[in-house]
Design a protein around this ligand. Structure first.
Ligand code: LLP
Length: 433
């Protein structure tokens, strides 16, 4: 469920007509629903209620400070992947003691910073990293809490660029090597073995790969936990969301419909995994990003031109691949709807941005109500991996972000001034006559 729906023919975010935000703040504009972030968090938290657990939101999905603060207030911990992300969590009022640090390439500086801040665990992805963390912890006179990321070699049946749990991927340590790595880690004096971690991929829409991976890793966790006095087992993130029927999935009755029956949701996820995990008697961590933020945000854009080429109807909008790269990068589908509900005839359209690349598109051959210059469109499910993947390509400024809470909206990121794009660039003296 989410909080984007038509009210009197106007697309609302909670109780705010999105048009009123666009009139005030311009486009392209990211609009987020605070209630959706916290509802999704609560839903997952409740589904896992039978387990001693901690949700560590993966802020790579959406790291705006206001979003983080919403989740801090809900009781979330965080899955971080860089010093920058840890600094963000702290800036938002989050607790480093509820942070786990993932990633295959942690630098010495990042490890040192995270150690000083007292994070809950480093999720270690190689033997070399283990040695490095041990050495830095020794230098600081600390014991570094660690978990090893096991790569269970399970195919998550998702997009190739976001599959992580097979041996063709760079992540984690091979299942067969885990026990010897723990034995080695236990001998390193400056480490505290705290847990075991895995993550098999993102945007999983079936429960089976999760089930398979948990079943495969459970005997390992059961052996390792008492031997090394482990506290937690993290089963990673990856819960998928609905992209194709995103608008409909905001209503509670949609979930009763036959087309929703086979889809993954927190209840199904928990019903399968909780009975498997309960006997382990460890704290269970999960690291959802997209599930919490994906359908909590939309990207609103203005139609600048409509152009017919004889073959195609191009709807040229003012947002581009630099604002939302997912269609260009993963061929991903985002539902596109007009801000004002339209009865206009549907025609096959390509929705494209102004950037000088054919990859700059949001939809191809999509049946959409006929639109014209000045109309506004919302790209749904843009709350995860949307703004965070934005760039200044073509010297386009970063979009503004607005958070809605009930009948209020507040800018949570100002639109970037164009001068700021090059403010850290310098022209060397020798180029200036
Ligand atoms: N934990 C780890 C170790 C991860 O690598 C990730 C995501 C997550 C948790 C959170 O996964 P989620 O619950 O959001 O699926 N940019 C891509 C997605 C990249 C995911 C990277 N890792 C996209 O737009 O689809």
């Amino acid at each position: 469920m989410h909080e984007f729906r038509y009210v009197n023919g106007e697309l609302n975010c909670e109780q705010v007509p999105i048009r009123s935000l666009v009139e005030k703040y311009g486009t392209p504009l990211y609009v987020y629903s605070q209630k959706t972030f916290s509802d999704h968090f609560k839903k997952l938290d409740q589904a896992l209620g039978a387990l001693d657990h901690q949700i560590c939101y993966a802020l790579k999905a959406n790291s705006n400070l206001a979003v983080l603060r919403t989740l801090v207030n809900a009781g979330s911990g965080f899955d971080i992947v860089s010093e920058g992300e840890l600094r963000r969590v702290i800036a938002a009022g989050g607790n480093p003691k509820l942070c786990v640090f993932a990633g295959v390439g942690k630098t010495a500086r990042e490890i040192e910073f995270a150690l000083k801040k007292g994070i809950y665990s480093f999720n270690v992805e190689s033997e070399a990293e283990l040695v490095r963390i041990n050495q830095i912890a020794g230098k600081l006179g600390k014991k570094a809490p660690i978990a090893i990321r096991v790569n269970p070699n399970i195919d998550a049946h998702t997009h190739a660029k976001i599959t992580t749990g097979t041996y063709a991927n760079k992540f984690g340590i091979a299942f067969e090597e885990i026990e010897s790595i723990y034995a080695r880690a236990a001998k390193l004096k400056n480490l505290k073995l705290r847990g075991l971690q895995m993550h098999i991929g993102s945007q999983l829409t079936e429960v089976e790969p999760f089930e398979q991976a948990v079943k495969k890793v459970l005997p390992l966790a059961t052996r390792l936990a008492p031997k090394y006095n482990l506290e937690f087992f993290s089963i990673g993130g990856g819960l998928g969301i609905i992209y194709d029927n995103a608008l409909a999935s905001g209503s509670s009755d949609w979930w009763q419909k036959p087309e929703a029956k086979n889809l993954l949701n927190p209840e199904k996820y928990a019903a399968t995994l909780v009975p498997l995990l309960k006997p382990l008697s460890l704290k269970i961590l999960i690291e959802p990003g997209r599930f919490i933020s994906g359908n909590s945000g939309v990207l609103v854009t203005r139609v600048e031109y409509v152009k017919q080429t004889g073959k195609k109807n191009f709807v040229i909008v003012d947002a581009a691949m630099n604002d939302l790269i997912r269609p260009a990068f993963y061929d991903s589908f985002h539902q596109i709807i007009p801000l004002r509900k339209s009865k206009a005839k549907e025609i096959s359209s390509d929705v494209v941005g102004p950037i000088c690349e054919s990859g700059d598109f949001f939809a191809k051959d999509r049946m959409l109500p006929k639109v014209g210059e000045g109309d506004f469109l919302a790209l749904l499910s843009a709350g995860a991996y949307g703004f965070v993947m934005a760039s200044n390509y073509n010297s386009r400024g970063l979009a503004a972000e607005v958070l809605v809470n009930g009948n209020k909206g507040a800018v949570v990121r100002e639109r970037q001034n164009l001068d700021d794009i090059w403010s850290s660039e310098r022209i060397p003296k020798w180029l200036i006559a």
